[in-house]
Design a protein. Sequence first.
Length: 290
Amino acid sequence: MRIAVTAPNGNVGRHLTRALVRAGVRPRLLMRQPDRLPADLRDFVEVVRADSWDPELVVAATREVDAIYWVDPTSAGADPLADYARATEAVTAAVTRNGIGRVVFQSSVGAEKRHGAGEIDGLAGTEVALDETGVDVTHLRCGYFFTNLLLQIDALRAGALQVALPLDAPMGWVAPRDIAEVAATVLLNPAWSGRHVQAVHGPADLTWNDVAAILSSELGRPVTVEQISDKAMYDQYLEAGMPPGLAEAVLGMSTGLRDGFVPEQARTAATTTLTTLSSWVHDELTKALT
């Protein structure tokens, strides 16, 4: 089976690539910077230079591919939803022009809303466009990545996080390596066809209060979490250098998934993965903080 992987150095892709290699697959990696490939993988993968926002490059890079793991690139631009639309155009062009039979798409909890969830609306647009191609597709509706905490390293060092979500609202938290495990399982499983949604909820639903308690315990020092106003969070994003459109889209991922939002897929044994936040903090976050 010829499997292409996009964002192979990303939080999920770096684990997925190695999982496929261990399974005996030689994945084709679509990379903007092939020189960033870890040296120990070079004999086990095929690398093609491609930009996932460029339809022609993606089409050329995915010829004779049977399946693709697609990740919409993270936007840093002034109009992130336009960037998501460009990525959507690239993957749908590759699917239709190359006759790719299967797609596993890295989506998010909240994409089921289709509108009103900020940057997640871009993922929803990709879901809809892939469905319209008629390709066999599985959308992975992933919970909140543990690795998002790495974006708040300075705040963690100071022991004080600020968020826009209510502190007592539970949501799924998931390790990217567990998403990779689910993705590899779906890609290598020949027994499905049509359109599917596979939620990846992590081991447990956690509130921000729960997260603060876990961080405090694992790091051995107090970590507090404070809910701040939407405007205060928006202003922080602007101060960090985000263009207004991007700041609004990032904030929308929080404001759009509160006020009674319930994921379309309920937590079940099929959506629950094993890696706990405690173990991830112990194994990975502590290294980043040293």
